[in-house]
Design a protein around this ligand. Structure first.
Ligand code: DX5
Ligand code: ZN
Length: 220
């Protein structure tokens, strides 16, 4: 199974973003956390900033929207050229309609689940998505501890995707380090977001390589 490492710029220096993006050029995609201080109790940036990141990034953008009213705002991130746009299941009543719209515009469509959200209602909708994000912390902040109790959800998605012969990417986000990535890979994740463990390292490229090797050793 292909392993993808996606550093989160939430832990980067926002004032030196172009240089911070260059540090992670060896990664597969850059994870871009958009927060509105409403869906989550924290605020990052919106489409204007993401458009500039898109313009200068050496790698494609995996946008994670932690915002309300995604039906209104998510398509704009696909329109500015993001490789992938993930919205929260808790933020829309019509996830399938929104995913179809994102794909129509030309981005991949992802759906994210907070730790308290059950996976079962979404298992039969998996063909409508290119990616599912199982949050392994409460969304809102970097540097929190990995929630191993979410691995049952990861395993359920992996089993359903494999049974369907699906190409769905199974992403985990929150608390991913050299110590926790193996558990997530063993449960069936293939796409790993890492903020503090990459940007907090002296050499981001080495941190990415270390995470990739650890995940690959335990991947399905
Ligand atoms: C948290 C964000 C994450 C965050 C992860 O709500 O969605 O992407 O950057 O940070 P770490 O890897 O430090 O837990
Ligand atoms: Zn994220």
């Amino acid at each position: 199974m292909t392993v993808r490492i996606e550093p989160s710029i939430l832990s980067a220096d926002f004032v030196n973003m172009e240089a911070e993006l260059a540090r992670i050029a060896d990664a597969d995609y850059v994870h871009v956390d958009v927060m509105d201080n409403h869906f989550v109790p924290n605020l990052t940036f919106g489409p204007q900033m993401v458009q500039r990141i898109q313009a200068v990034s050496p790698i494609g953008l995996d946008v994670h929207l932690m915002i309300a009213d995604v039906d209104r705002w998510a398509p704009g991130y696909a329109e500015l050229g993001a490789f992938s746009v993930t919205f929260h299941a808790e933020a829309t009543a019509e996830p399938v309609k929104l995913a179809r719209r994102l794909r129509e515009i030309g981005s991949r469509a992802g759906i994210a689940l907070k730790p308290g959200t059950a996976i079962e209602p979404y298992l039969e909708l998996l063909p409508e998505f290119d990616q599912i994000l199982v949050m392994t912390v409460e969304p809102g902040f970097g540097g929190q501890s990995f929630m191993a109790d979410q691995m049952g959800k990861v395993a359920a998605v992996r089993a359903a995707a494999d049974a369907a012969g699906s190409e769905l990417w199974l992403q985990v986000d929150g608390g991913i380090t050299l110590d926790t990535i193996e558990v997530a890979a063993a449960a069936g994740a293939d796409t790993f977001v890492a903020g503090s463990s990459v940007y907090g390292a002296p050499h981001a490229g080495e941190a990415i390589a270390g995470l990739r090797a650890a995940a690959a050793a335990h991947a399905h």
